[in-house]
Design a protein around this ligand. Structure first.
Ligand SMILES: [Zn+2]
Length: 459
């Protein structure tokens, strides 16, 4: 990519500024200078620097995705920090959390420092590194939670390698006690999911493939509840929630007050698709948790609409076309999602009339930022200018060949969508405009809590 000088000062004029964190929802101009938001003022205020007209577009805090697989280290044939974060900014995200099921696993402070060097060199957006719960992802010995949090990891997770015993889950809560941090849990009991490649049901039977029992998710949540019983502090965040049963369990546990905090995220595929997508897209619809029944899809969608599921994340999980060509039985689990998320969410939740833009954007900005204490998710004068500009009415058709991600594994290929990111501003620099990547912004490691901002770029 070329490194052309980007304007250090510019003013977005005529846009609709929506900041769910502050409740701002109005037509306003927004000026960016030296990496920061200089001001937000009524339309027509004297501009700072270059004027960028964004009439009819939405200006919101840079989107935050707390569930992204960047695949480094170890799987750079699937994705890299560079390509994954290019996909992120193309999709309107300015901050992502990368998942630690890498090789080697992101399980100790030295390895966190190493991946941060790659991030500093290659990332197009802010990247926060989640650490894995067990040494080498082996699920035998828990990792050094205190050490990992001390080097700035915003959370610990068992994503892709779900813990299976109540005893280990209990130790997880004990180790996180007093930190205020939730554990990010992948809900799956392997005795129920077994070697299933999709959800067990009429479609798996029709295809003659092994199925995972859908109740695996709710049963795993019951184990976490057992583990939390009687503890002073137990904070849990549920990754990629996918079933009606787990939603029911969530309500029961809220009522019982079992957890100090209990939150949930889902990904667009769980409220847009059912397991029938596997009939059409084969391994490109194979993911874990697998796509579910229509009743599950409807329950997840309803929970997003009601607010019970407060966070939308993508679980962007790239694989190579060759790996996915191995067929339903042998292909790895996972779908890509960074470049389709905004379109799917606006098409299926906003243009459907179910949620307002501020309600939707809260799930993509300050809710995830607040959960993990990330320096992101709000528009404030003087704050780092991480901003997303969205064209809520743009009609487009998903074409995986256009993705910046190395992955092409999506069951949304060919889907007509309405709503697309128009521009992405990272640390005060417009890095994506109308689908084109411009120049990368310098992003300092997230342990420093925020990106370059004022001091360094203009030197
Ligand atoms: Zn994941």
């Amino acid at each position: 990519m070329s490194r052309q000088p980007a304007p250090l000062a510019f003013t977005l004029t005529g846009g609709h500024v929506i900041d769910p964190a502050s409740g701002r929802d109005e037509i306003a101009d927004l000026a960016v200078q030296n990496g920061k938001i200089a001001w937000i003022k009524p339309p027509g205020s004297p501009a700072v620097g270059e004027t960028v007209r964004v009439d009819g577009l939405v200006i919101c805090p840079g989107l935050v995705d707390i569930h992204v697989h960047l695949r480094e280290p170890g799987f750079s044939h699937k994705e890299t920090v560079a390509t994954g974060t290019q996909a992120a900014v193309a999709g309107g995200f300015t901050s992502v959390c990368c998942m630690p099921n890498t090789d080697p696993a992101l399980d100790r402070p030295e390895r966190i420092r190493q991946i941060r060097e790659t991030i500093t060199q290659d990332a197009w957006c802010n990247v926060h590194v989640l650490a894995t719960a067990t040494v080498d992802n082996q699920r035998r010995e828990l990792s050094d939670f205190a050490g990992l949090l001390a080097v700035g990891c915003p959370g610990i997770t068992d994503d892709a390698v779900p813990l299976q015993t109540v005893a280990q889950m209990r130790t997880v809560f004990q180790r996180l006690g007093g930190t205020g941090r939730p554990f990010l849990a992948h809900l799956e009991l392997e005795e129920l999911s077994g070697d299933g490649v999709m959800t067990k049901g009429p479609v798996s039977e029709q295809l003659g493939v092994a199925g995972q029992e859908a109740r695996s998710e709710a049963e795993a949540l019951r184990c976490w509840a057992q583990a939390a019983a009687g503890l002073d502090e137990a904070r849990l965040h549920l990754l990629h929630l996918s079933t009606a049963q787990a939603v029911g369990e969530l309500h029961r546990l809220w009522e019982a007050g079992t957890f100090t905090s209990l939150t949930a995220e889902t990904a667009p595929q769980y409220f847009c698709l059912t397991d029938e997508a596997v009939l059409r897209f084969g391994a490109n619809a194979k993911t874990n948790p697998p796509l579910r029944s229509e009743a599950d899809r409807a329950a997840i969608r309803q929970s997003v609409v009601s607010g019970d599921i407060s966070i939308i994340a993508t679980d962007h999980a790239p694989h190579t076309p060759d790996e996915k060509a191995a067929g339903l039985d042998d292909a790895p689990f996972g779908l890509i999602g960074l470049e389709t998320c905004v379109g799917l969410v606006l098409t299926h939740l906003y243009h459907s009339g179910d949620l307002s833009l501020p309600e939707i954007l809260a799930k993509l900005t300050w809710h995830p930022a607040r959960l993990l204490g990330l320096p992101a998710g709000a528009l404030q004068s003087g704050g780092t200018a991480n901003i997303t500009i969205i064209d809520p009415n743009k009609h487009w058709i998903v074409d995986p060949d256009q993705f910046y991600s190395k992955g092409r594994n999506t069951p949304f290929a060919g889907s007509p969508l309405r709503g697309r990111p128009w521009g992405t501003i990272v640390c005060g620099q417009l890095v994506m405009r109308e689908g084109e990547l411009l120049a990368r912004a310098e992003v300092t490691p997230p342990a420093q809590r925020s990106c370059a901002g004022g001091g360094t770029q203009e030197q």
